[in-house]
Design a binder for this molecule. Sequence first.
Ligand code: CAA
Length: 289
Amino acid sequence: MEVKRVAVLGAGLMGHGIVQVCAQVGKFDVTMRDIEQRFIDNGMKMIQDSLQRFVKKGTMSEGEVKEVLNRIHPTLDLKAAVENADLVIEAVTENPPLKKSVLAEADKYAPPHAIIASNTSSISITEIGAATKRPEKVCGMHFFNPPQLMKLIEIVRGLKTSDETVETIRQISTKLGKESVVVKKDTPGFIVNRILVPALNEAVFLVAEGVADPEDIDKACVLGLNWPMGPLKLLDYVGIDTTLFISDVMVSETGDPKFRPSNLLKQMVRANLLGRKTGRGFYDWTEKK
Ligand code: CAA
């Protein structure tokens, strides 16, 4: 199936980056939908800031920036966003009832041939697919943060996802300049988070136990494992709440206590210390904001 028009639902941390990659690398016409003007404005600002980084680096001209921005069509109207789309990418908050209601609505208004992909990092694709009347055309399309730079897309099969849907998303991923992997079974955490979340959690246990300071734990992983950033900085970057949510889903879906989150992670969410987005997590981000 040929994809020409893409709709991205959600203009947040992941949504804005996905919109940008689709317009910048895929050269698709993209509608970007969110529920309030301030979220749209914030998404557009993040896209402009990111595009300026490419200009500064010398890999993009101001003319190309204009072209990319012209391909992006922001809207508050879900029906208008999806009614002409060949591919809908859902990137709303990790909240199962919300995701399911957004997918059901997208299913109602998107053309029958359209694929509906979800950027969820933890929620079952089979469950999300069941909220639509086209579960064979629903799959996971999991980008990594920041989507503008991270090379991977995890393509996740739900129980009813068709081979054709997986193949189309694989081709789109290539068109977006990404490498893809297929997660053959709809399993909590897919591949990357199954490995990453327990590792991040373990770093939080080290802080809670007072084994080392956050700076030293991060330094150890950067210099001892060649990670681009340490686990606690990465937690702040991804969001403490998002990581706790993924961890909770992994525990509840598998019943395996090895995924249980540190109590410190829960306390930080209760205290609104969510990382970069609230200005503080394991680090103070107020200056860098
Ligand atoms: N858009 C465009 N360019 C960007 C950018 C953005 N949003 N963010 C950073 N850059 C560019 C910078 O301009 C800079 O370019 P130059 O090298 O030309 O100067 C370059 O990227 C490096 O940026 P910084 O110097 O600011 O910072 P850095 O060296 O630490 O790199 C990083 C930033 C690419 C994010 C790097 O730290 C990294 O790879 N970190 C790990 C990220 C990671 O693991 N992501 C996965 C998270 S897990 C997830 O997403 C899954 C989930 O479900 C939770």
